[in-house]
Design a protein around this ligand. Sequence first.
Ligand SMILES: C[S@@+](CC[C@H](N)C(=O)[O-])C[C@H]1O[C@@H](n2cnc3c(N)ncnc32)[C@H](O)[C@@H]1O
Ligand code: SF4
Length: 457
Amino acid sequence: MLINKILLDKYNVPTPRYTSYPPANFFSEDFTYAQSLEALDISNKEQPENISFYIHIPFCSQLCYYCGCNTHITNDKKSMQHYVDTIKKEILLYKNHLSSHRKISQIHWGGGTPDYLSSEQIADIMAVFFENFNFIDGAEIAMECHPAHLDFEYIDKLIALRFNRISIGVQDFNKDVLKAVNRATPLIPINELVKYLQKQNISVNLDFVYGLPLQRLDEFTKTIQKAVEIAPDRIALFSYAHVPWVKPHQKILERYDLPDASLKTEMFEAAYTIFQENNYISIGLDHFAKPTDELSIALSNKVLSRNFQGYCTKTTTGQVYALGVSGISQLSNSFLQNTKNITTYTQNIDKGEFAFEKAYFLNREEKIISYILTEIMSNRYLSFKEVSQRYDISYEEIIKITKVDLGKLQQFEDEGLLQLSKEEIKINHQGLFFLRNIASTFDPLMQKTDKQFSKAL
Ligand SMILES: C[S@@+](CC[C@H](N)C(=O)[O-])C[C@H]1O[C@@H](n2cnc3c(N)ncnc32)[C@H](O)[C@@H]1O
Ligand code: SF4
C-alpha cells in the first residue's frame, strides 16, 4: 500500500491545485485598463526577466465529455483564420509594451487543440515572434497536440519552426474508454509518433487521465505499462476533475458508473508503482520524468517551478504573457486574464487594445505566499532562511503573513508527511501524496474561502 489510507480519508478534501496564488477563481473584474498597462510596465523591471508566451487555441473538432479546458467546438475555417490573425496582432501589441532587451525563453501552445490549425497558420504566427523578438539559446517551443490531427508531415513542419517539445493527449489506450468519452482516436499509433519525434531529439510528453468511465484497474494498468514501454521523456497522469458546476457537459458522464475515490486511488497507486519500477521520477503532483529529463535534474537541484502551463525550470521560465481567449498572463506582480468570449476578444484586439477581463494585483505579502506555495508544490521543500533573505523578512513575519498553523505542521510531521525545523521543511515520500494539503496551511485565503475546488487526490 503506497498511500496511507487513514490519511487519505482525512485529507481528501477540496483543495486548490496552487497553479497560481491566489487561485484563478479569486481574480476579479474590478480593475481599470490603466492598471493592467501599469502592471505590464512593472513586469519589465522585475524578475524573471525572460518572456514566456502562452498561446491559447480554443478550437477542437469534437467535444471530449470529460474536458475541463476552455474549448470551442467548430469547423468554421473562416473564424479560425480570423482568430489566427488576431493572435498575430496581439503579439505586436505586446511588443509595444515589453522592453526590447528582454528575450523569449518559452512559447507554449495550448488549448483546445493547437494542432487543429494548419501548419501554415502555425508558421504564420511563429513568423511574427521570429521577426519581432529575440530568443535565448535553447528556448523551449512546445505544443499540446491531439493525436487525431497529428501526422509525420505536420511534425516535420513543427520541427522546421523550432518546436522542441511535443505533448500528446493519449488519456487512455483503451478504445472503449475513448468511445465513452467521445474522443477521436489517433491518426498514427502513439508509439510510432513518439519514436519519430524522439529520433529527431524532440522531447515528448504523454498525457493520461484516470477516473474516466469504464476505466478499471487491470485495463488501466495495461495502459500505463504500454506508456512506459513507449518510453516518452515525460508522462502526465491527471486525476479526472469532475466539475459539472463549471463544465456542464461533464454531466453526460454521470450516466456511467464513474470510478469512485478508492478505485481512483488504486489506479494511481498502480501507475505510480509502474513509473517507479521503470525509473521515472515523480515531479510535483502528477508528472513523471526520466532521470535525464531537465525537470528531474531541476528537482534534484531544487530549481523546479511551475506555472499554468505545467512544471518548468527556474532557468527557462519567464513571466508568462498569454495570447488568445481565456489566457492568463502570470506576471511577477499580477495576473491578467483575457476574456473567454471569442467575439469580444477579436473586437478588442482589432481596436488595438488588450482583451483583459479579470485581474489580480499581488501585494508584497501575496508574492511571498505565492513563492512559498510554488516551492512546496514544485521542490517539496521550503527553506525559511532562503525566503527570509529573498524578501528581507524574519521567520516570525513569514509565520504571521501566511497565518500558518504551526500545530498543523507539527501534526503533519507526527503523521510522517514532513520534517519540520525552524530552518526548513522537507517533505517525505508519503507527504508527496498530500502536497496540496501541506501547501494549503500556508494559504491564509483557505481559512476564509467559500469557493469550490476539486478534491486533493
Ligand atoms: C488541452 S488538452 C491537450 C491537447 C488536446 N486538446 C488533447 O485533448 O489531446 C490538456 C490535457 O488536459 C487534460 N484534461 C482535460 N480535461 C481534464 C479533466 N476534466 N480532468 C483532468 N484532466 C483533464 C487531458 O489530459 C488533456 O490532454
Ligand atoms: S480534451 Fe482536448 S480535444 Fe478534447 S475537448 Fe478538451 S481540449 Fe478539445
